[in-house]
Structures are given as C-alpha cells and as structure tokens.
Design a protein around this ligand. Sequence first.
Ligand SMILES: [Zn+2]
Length: 197
Amino acid sequence: MRTPRPPLRSDVLAAVQKRNLEHRAHRAGWLRAAVLGANDGLVSTASLLIGIVAAGQDNLVITAGIAGITAGAMSMAVGEYVSVSSQTDIERADRTLEQEHQRIDSIGEELALASIYVERGLSEELARAVARELHAKDGLKAHLKDELGQNEATVARPLQAAVASSLSFIVGGVIPFLGVFATTLGGKAYAIIVYRS
Ligand SMILES: [Zn+2]
C-alpha cells in the first residue's frame, strides 16, 4: 500500500531554501584560490625583498618589489586559470562520455543509477522507480550528479579562480612590500619580516 504524499508546503520550503543559502560549499573554488594567492604573495615577495636588502641593493628594492608582485600576480592568474581549466575539461569530457553511454545502453544506465540509490539505502523497488522517473526527465543530469558527483555549487570556474588568486597575491605581496619604506637597510629587513608574519 502506498503512503500518501506529504504536501510540499511552499512556505516551509521557502524557509528551508533561505536557510540553505548559509552553506559555504559554493565559495570553495574562489576561497581556495584566494588563500593560495595571498600566501604566495606574502612569502615570495618577502623572500625576494630580503634577498635584495641582504645584497645591499637599496636603490633596487622598490623596483624589485613592484616587479615581483606584478610577475607573481600574472603567474598566479595564468596558473590558476590553466589548472582549474583542466578540471573543466574533465567535467566536459565526462559529460560527453555519459551522453554516449546513455545513447548506446539507456536501460543498463538506468539500472546502474538504481543500484546507486540501493547502495544509498532505498529499497530496490523505490530505487528503480526513482531511476525510471529521472531517466524519463533528464537522465544525463541525474547521472552527472549521482554517478559522477558533479554539482552546480562546486563546478570549476577558471576565470573566477584566476581573478581571486591574482588579486589576493597583490594584497599579500603589498604587506611585506610596505617594509621597503623603512629608512635604514636593517629597518627594511626587520619590517619586511615583521609585516610578513
Ligand atoms: Zn552513467
């Protein structure tokens, strides 16, 4: 016997959806890139400037700092773009492959999807019904999500990662760079290290 469906109350749903906006997963992409960029900016700029100060090249330290921060920000942007793009490429390739799988064996794929739901705890009867309904609507989407773990909130965004990492590199790099405006060489070295840590 079927249990009656609980009505999907729109007021309750709206409250839950509002609460769900508090989740942080969708920030993972740019936040990871920004932390990496800021850390690189701090460490590499401080190391570069300490080297210049240690060599006694007082007249070069500001130019070197600006050049180092510029080069680092460009390198971070390109590096993040390329590396995150490789993830986009994999996601795209998986989508094409899954489309092909569903084209050549739609019934087998529907069964595979049902087995995922059985593993997750549904009864076989219900799992097959869920898989059937999802396949009838958008089988590809269901497979991408439940078989391959692709999620709209965590999808790879190369441009966003590139911008986040290069901007945070500049912010990180400027902190030890402020040390070069100390009046003496010893003061510069001290300030670079102190601002960095
Ligand atoms: Zn599949």
